[in-house]
Design a protein around this ligand. Structure first.
Ligand code: GAP
Length: 430
């Protein structure tokens, strides 16, 4: 499909998934806002991840640590040194800056000569407190997992955990990316879903394989086709400063195969460094546990799920006589991720009893699932609007509903309709 990303960007804006940040001021580079449907879909992704980690998997607990931490954290973790930096080159003529490893993607329009590469640290600096001096400098976290290491002892003590166990957290991270690009794929502010699995050193390899498989299965279970996902063993010389081994999970985006998640063996890098710098003993019994990390991006996976689900149907679907014969869009999202689960549609809006019955159905269901009530436009148009945003089921309340206390339940993908008693709807749709 040509320019699929461009189509998805304009679709995401038109239907309230993702907007450019500070839009009325011409936008703010690389920052995006999630609109009414985007926020629902992103929450569904995060809830599915958290549920998987803390309910389905055994021995993993949750955490929500602060974005701002002592700057000492970032000294000890290695993020303030060259380890967490990109190589940057500058065009001597137009003074634009590019990441050296992405240069092949970049055309310096003026074809000016480029400077030698130099290191550019990605930490976002800020000041805590009223005085903007060196003593007040702190950083927005660049990865959520450091908050997990900070709470390693607290969590063990509070929850009486025994190895192996995990701590899972979702939250914002910030990186001063030199070349943010590809919509919400690479931004300066983004959300991570990270789980740190603490285990005995001799079990690290076994758990690495286990977690990689679990993470792949999570994407498959939410509708990503196996052919659009692959793994990439990161070569030794490209490993992040903390990693002994890393395998990236890549998704086939319209702009190529790109990482959506990393599974890392961090060894005892973090616990031993924080122990050394803080003078606190972070050993378990008499050794440092090793860490297998699964690190996913909520924004990146939302983009992957959108790309996977977006379909254009030439000529439209022939469900109703009102089919426009124009191109129609359908979002083939899994039920878990769909922002709206059910649309409640009275067949007509000018018959009081039908509208009243539809309202009853809406009020019955809205406590259990995200519902939308829509009475404007022809029924065909309303179906198409719901197909576009991925709503799995539409319920239509018609004149028979008044006699039989039932509705038609329409399936988004097959367009098949069946009559279901209103009292049976919660069980059927949940
Ligand atoms: N704690 C390890 C860590 O942060 P990473 O490979 O740097 O590892 C993990 O990042 C995930 O976070 C990536 O796979 C991606 O999904 C997301 N991510 C990283 N940088 C991002 C950015 N600039 N914009 C959006 N997502 C990003």
């Amino acid at each position: 499909m040509d320019n699929l990303l461009g189509k998805i960007i304009s679709f995401a804006k038109r239907r309230g998934f993702v907007f450019q940040s500070s839009d009325i001021y011409g936008g703010f580079a690389s920052c995006y806002d999630f609109g009414p449907l985007g926020v629902l879909m992103k929450r569904n992704i995060k809830e599915s991840w958290f549920f998987e980690m803390t309910r389905i998997q055994d021995n993993i607990v949750g955490l929500d640590s602060a974005i701002l931490m002592s700057p000492k954290v970032w000294e000890a973790s290695g993020h303030l040194t060259a380890g967490f930096a990109d190589e940057l080159v500058e065009c001597k003529k137009c003074h634009r800056r590019f990441r050296k490893d992405l240069l092949e993607d970049k055309i310096c329009a003026c074809k000016g000569e480029l400077t030698e590469p130099r290191k550019f640290n990605l930490m976002m600096k800020t000041f805590a407190g009223p005085v903007e001096d060196v003593a007040a400098v702190t950083y927005l976290r660049a990865e959520t997992c450091q908050g997990i290491y900070m709470n390693f002892l607290n969590v063990i003590q509070a929850m009486r955990l025994k190895l192996p166990f995990g701590i899972a957290q979702i939250g914002k991270s910030f990186r001063n990316e030199i070349t943010p690009k590809d919509f919400i794929f690479r931004t300066r502010e983004f959300e991570q879903m990270e789980m740190q699995w603490f285990c005995r050193p001799e079990e690290a390899d076994k758990f690495f394989d286990f977690w990689l498989e679990q993470r792949l299965n999570w994407y498959y279970s939410l509708g990503i086709n196996k052919k659009n996902l692959k793994t990439y063993e990161v070569p030794k010389k490209e490993l992040a400063h903390y990693a002994k081994r890393a395998v990236d999970i890549l998704y086939k985006f319209p702009f190529g195969w790109k990482e959506i998640e990393g599974v890392h063996n961090r060894g005892d890098w973090d616990l031993s460094n924080h122990s050394k710098h803080s003078n606190k003993d972070l050993k378990y019994e008499d050794f440092f546990p090793h860490v297998i990390e699964t690190s996913a991006g909520a924004d990146r996976s939302l983009l992957a799920f959108l790309c996977e689900a977006y379909q254009e149907i030439e000529g439209g679907r022939t469900e109703t006589t009102e089919s426009t014969k124009e191109k129609e869009i359908m979002l083939n999202l899994s039920k878990t991720l769909a922002p709206i689960k059910v649309a409640v549609l009275p067949l007509v809006k000018n018959k009081e009893e039908v509208v009243k019955k539809a309202r009853e159905v809406f009020n019955l269901l809205k406590k259990d699932m995200a519902c939308q009530y829509d009475e404007s436009g022809s029924i065909g148009r309303r179906y198409r609007r719901q197909d576009e945003i991925g709503t799995p089921n539409c319920l239509t309340i018609d004149f028979d509903s008044l006699k039989n206390d039932d509705v038609t339940v329409r399936d988004r993908n097959t367009m098949k309709q069946e009559r279901v008693k209103i009292k049976d709807l919660p069980a059927k749709l949940c």
